[in-house]
Write a protein that binds this ligand. Structure first.
Ligand SMILES: NC(=O)c1ccc[n+]([C@@H]2O[C@H](COP(=O)([O-])OP(=O)(O)OC[C@H]3O[C@@H](n4cnc5c(N)ncnc54)[C@H](O)[C@@H]3O)[C@@H](O)[C@H]2O)c1
Length: 346
């Protein structure tokens, strides 16, 4: 059993407390922390958590209880100071995406985790779904040979879909595309080399910053990804992971994942089309702990066994996904000029 505390019980954090953490069998919760007393009170009144397990400060919690893991589900700006303190206090850490606000902060946290001998993982929950896992395996096995072109579409109409973060800087690239960038790296088993990106805010949009973006991303092994994302689309909404077409030399791998929205839910889908043949759906095996239960289950296992599984999104690995966010933002600020990943890594 891994004894855990959760830090950050806000909108998304409360959903972790209620819907995610109780489903992971080897986690034993010993404390809940939020600087806002309303948030801790809610956990007590709605979920019946005992008062002695609730804290309004991390240090106060660390003095009162013993835990192996801190599950950090706070707003991005709070990730760096809170994760840093958790590591200093000797906890292993699972932190929500995006890992940190800058690459320098992320590197510092990775170094601190190493120094403290602790596991630091970023909860890239989209990795724990049947379709991207199957796609990664098919690409790894060269099912249709080398990948020639990857096309990804993400479409949502935020104004009519209960969206809340109108003033967030980079609502597409930093908050949403991080999932797609991270999946590109996982499925291709490769890192990006350079990017060119344009973003914009359409007339009449309620967003304070740019909700639409188009990027071309070149990977180390030469694969080119064409990415189009929009929070202001009038087209049919895509599943959260977007719609992927991976055009390989002998055929296409077409998939989508996390098709749940507005009370409706459909399973992941993946199809294969050998060149000049019909599209063939592939049956996907369900995974035992999907999505956020998967990230939490994975770090619990690493803490218990010490062995790191394939596709584990450690802090160190995640710096490369964060670099894609920073590089696309930088390129967009330079009107789409090519930006080398190396530039943002330094
Ligand atoms: N993976 C996904 O699919 C997904 C979806 C939605 C949100 N998220 C991520 O979840 C995170 C949290 O988002 P949210 O909407 O719950 O934010 P929020 O603002 O609703 O909640 C943040 C909570 O953290 C608390 N807090 C802030 N600083 C603190 C500190 N130093 N110590 C203790 N508590 C502190 C606040 O009081 C608040 O209750 C974000 O990083 C967001 O990107 C991920």
């Amino acid at each position: 059993m891994v004894k855990a505390i959760q830090v950050g019980l806000g909108h998304w954090g409360f959903s972790w407390t209620k819907d995610v953490i109780p489903k992971v069998p080897n986690i034993h919760m010993v404390g809940y922390v939020d600087s806002n007393p309303e948030a801790t009170k809610r956990v007590q009144s709605e979920l019946g958590i005992e008062e002695k397990r609730l804290f309004n400060g991390l240090d106060e919690a660390a003095q009162a209880i013993e835990a192996d893991l801190a599950i950090c589900t706070l707003r991005t700006e709070a990730h760096y100071p809170v994760v840093k303190r958790c590591l200093e206090l000797g906890f292993n850490v699972l932190v929500e995406k995006p890992f940190a606000s800058t690459i320098a902060q992320a590197k510092e946290l990775v170094a601190l985790a190493k120094q403290q001998g602790r596991v630091l993982m970023v909860s890239q929950n989209y990795r724990f779904q049947p379709a991207p896992i199957a796609a990664a395996e098919l690409i790894g096995a060269q099912k249709f040979g080398p990948v020639n072109l990857v096309s990804i579409e993400f479409r949502r109409h935020a104004p009519s879909q209960g969206y809340r973060y109108w003033d967030m800087p980079d609502p597409l690239l930093a908050d949403m595309s991080i999932h797609h960038f991270d999946l590109m790296r996982m499925v291709l088993n490769d890192n990006a080399k350079r990017v060119s990106c344009r973003t914009w805010n359409p007339v009449g949009s309620p967003f304070g910053h740019h909700p639409i973006g188009v990027a071309t991303i070149e990977f180390e092994r030469g694969t080119i990804v064409s990415y189009r994302g929009s929070w202001m689309s009038s087209g049919p909404a895509t599943p959260w992971a977007g719609e992927w077409t991976m055009d390989c030399s002998e055929g296409e791998i077409i998939w989508t994942s996390r098709d749940n929205f507005m009370g409706q839910s459909r399973p992941d889908r993946l199809s294969l089309r050998e060149r000049d043949k019909e599209l063939e759906p592939v049956e996907l095996a369900p995974i035992e702990l999907p999505d956020r239960t998967g990230t939490l289950g994975a770090i619990a296992k690493v803490i218990e066994t010490g062995s790191i599984p394939a596709r584990f999104s450690s802090g160190e690995d995640n710096i490369h996904s964060l670099a894609l966010v920073q590089a696309t933002i930088l390129s967009a600020s330079r009107s789409g000029e090519w930006v080398e990943i190396e530039e943002v890594m330094q």
